[in-house]
Design a protein around this ligand. Sequence first.
Ligand code: GLV
Ligand code: MN
Ligand code: MN
Length: 492
Amino acid sequence: MLALFLSTITFFIRGKAETIFNLECRLKKKYRIMIKSKGKFIIQKNSDLRVSSYLTKRGSYFNMKSRSKKSEFSINGKRLWDDLMILGEIGRGEDGGVTRISFDQEDVQARKHLLHLLEEADLQPYMDEAGNIFGTIPGKNPDLPEVLIGSHIDTVKSGGRFDGAMGVLMGVEVLRTMKEKGIQPDRTVKVVSLTDEEGARFDYAFVGSTAISGAISPDQLRKDLASAKDKNGISYLEVMKNASIEGGYFTRVNPDSLEKAQFRKDQVKAYIEVHIEQGKVLENKDLGVGVVSGISGGDWADITIIGEAGHAGTIGMAERKDALTAAGECLIAIEKIAAESNGSVATVGKLDVKPGSSNVISGRVDFTLDVRDISDNRRQETVKSIFNSIREVTKNRGLHCEINPMQSVPSVMGSPMVNEAIQESLHELNCPIHHLPSGAAHDAMVMGNLTKIGMIFVRSKNGISHHPDEWSSFEDVELGCEVLFRTTLKLL
Ligand code: GLV
Ligand code: MN
Ligand code: MN
C-alpha cells in the first residue's frame, strides 16, 4: 500500500529557511495523506481533491522564531499550527484557496477530520441535530452553566485557512491542554464547530449558531431552510436531511428535530470566539491580539427586478423594460444611501442576469443585498431607505420588484465579564490591551441571543481575508490561543 502511494506522488524541495526545508507532496485523486506529526501519516480515501501538504524536517510547517515569553505558555503552539495547516489542506484548490461549503464533500471530510481530532484527545465528540460538532470536558458540577468556545470550519469559495478554522482548532487545543494538565473544571467546557457560518451556497448563514441559540424558533428556521435554495434549486432543508446518510456521528443530523439542538439560556455561562481580524487595525498598531468591543449587526436580502426580455435590435429605447439598467440604477442608489448614512456599509456581491445574452434585453435580474452597521437603528434606517429606493426606481421605469429579507442579526457588544477575563490574560502576558470593533459578522453575534459573548482577534497579514492569501503568523496564532486558554480558565 505504502509503495503504491509512494510511486504515485512526487516530492520536491520548496526552499530553504534556515535549518528547515519544506517538501511538498502532491497526490491527485484517490487518497488524501494527512501528516499528523513527525513520522505519522493518516491516509484517507479521497475522490478528486488535490492534496498539497508541507512537511519539514521537524515535522512542522514553518520555522518558528523563539519567543521570549514562550516558557510561560501552557498551550502547544506547534501542535495547533500543524492542525491548522492540515485542516487547511482539505478543500484546497489550484489557486491555493480553501473551499468547504457546508455539507459538501470537502466540508464532510473536514468534519470527519475534526471528529477524529476530538476522539484522539478523548473529548467525547458528538454532532447535534443541526450538524454542530462538539468536544467536551465535563465539569465536576454538571448543573453549573457551561462555557462554550467556538467558531466554524466552513469557508467561502476559495477562502483562507484561518477564517473560522483557527477559532475551532484553538478550542480543541485549549481543551486538550486542560486534559494534559489534569485540569478538571467545576463547570463543563465545550468546543463547538458551528454549521455554516458563511452562507456561501444558500445565502443563508449562521445555521448552527441560530439552531443552538434559539435566535429564531426551530419552526421558523426549518421554513427558512426550506426556502433557501442554491442556484440549482436545491433547498438547504434537503441537503441537511441528506447529511445523515454519511452515518456515524452524522446520523443525528435532522432538521425535523432542531428543537433538540437548542440550549436553554440557563445552560450556558459564556461563549468565546477567537477569529482573525480580517482588517488592518492590529497590524497598523503592531499588535498580535486585540479585544473585540462589539460586532456590527447585519441585514441580508434577495432582490428580484422583473422587466421584459426583448430583441436588442428591434425594440426602441423608449419602449424597453430593461431589468438590468433598472438594477444598475438601484446599485448606484444603494451605494449613495449607505455612503450618506455615516456608518452603514452596503454591498451587492451577487447579480444574476436573465436571459443573459448579449443580444437580448434583460428580462430579470436577481441580486443580493448585505447591509452592516454597529448601530441597529441606523442600519434599519439604511435598509428601509434602500428598499424604498428600489421600489421607486422600478415603479418609475414601469417594472416590478420583489424584495425578500433573508436574515437580520442585531449588533452585539462583548460582555464586560468575558472582556475582563481576556484583558486580565493579556495583562498576565505583558501584552498591550487594545479594543476594536468587528465589521465582519461572526457566530458570536448570533450566540449573543443565548449568552454573554466575548471575542479575541488575531492580527491578519495585510488585512486580507476570504482570499487564498489570508494569513496570520505562527507567533500571533500561538499568542491568541494562550490568551484563549487563560480566559477560559478564568470563566470556568
Ligand atoms: C462573514 O464572514 C461575514 O460575512 O462577515
Ligand atoms: Mn468568513
Ligand atoms: Mn469566520
